[in-house]
Design a protein around this ligand. Structure first.
Ligand SMILES: [Zn+2]
Length: 173
């Protein structure tokens, strides 16, 4: 499944069977997300639960979790931003003018002849989860809201976490 940048899913078949699809993408497979980050590292896990929308159409509940390296706008150091989002989609044929208001919180999402470009969808959802202003959480070590601008503290002093230690292996496959 890796490197399949144009994977397409048959939403009608998946919804009819109530299928749940799970995908993992390194940021390198989501170019716009990689660009939004500081250094192109990061990842996203997605769970797509397909179902009938109840009106003859099909939809899916989408949940994403992930991580992206951003630069804190307060202390200018890199940090790991947790990405999380969920949405309810109802699939509509592209160009069918069906994309009006959907019941509840559902969002009309275009497909072509029932085929969902899954990477594109995950990339869009991931971008929505990126905060407009990148910042450490309030009270994070050494990020004191301007009190302590770390001009002379080398970034190396921060304990190195390696959340992506397994990424190289993933990329190999
Ligand atoms: Zn900070």
């Amino acid at each position: 499944m890796y490197g399949s940048g144009h994977e397409r899913l048959d939403v009608n078949a998946l919804a009819a069977e109530g299928q749940v699809i799970r995908r993992h993408y390194p940021a390198s497979e989501l170019p716009r997300l990689a660009e939004a980050g500081l250094d192109g590292t990061g990842w996203v896990d997605a769970v797509l639960s397909f179902s009938a929308a109840g009106d003859g159409r099909f939809g899916c509940d989408l949940e994403i979790t992930g991580s992206l390296t951003l630069q804190c706008q307060r202390c200018l150091r890199p940090y790991e931003q947790v990405l999380a989002g969920s949405s309810r989609l109802v699939f509509v044929e592209e160009g069918s003018e069906e994309s009006g208001a959907e019941p509840g919180e559902a969002e009309a999402y275009p497909v072509q002849a029932g085929w969902l470009e899954v990477v594109e969808l995950i990339e869009e959802e991931s971008l929505l989860a990126v905060p407009l202003v990148a910042r450490h959480e309030q009270g994070a070590d050494g990020c004191g809201g301007g009190r302590e601008v770390a001009t002379d503290v080398p970034a190396e002093e921060e304990p190195r976490q390696r959340p992506f230690a397994g990424l190289k292996d993933l990329l190999k496959s």
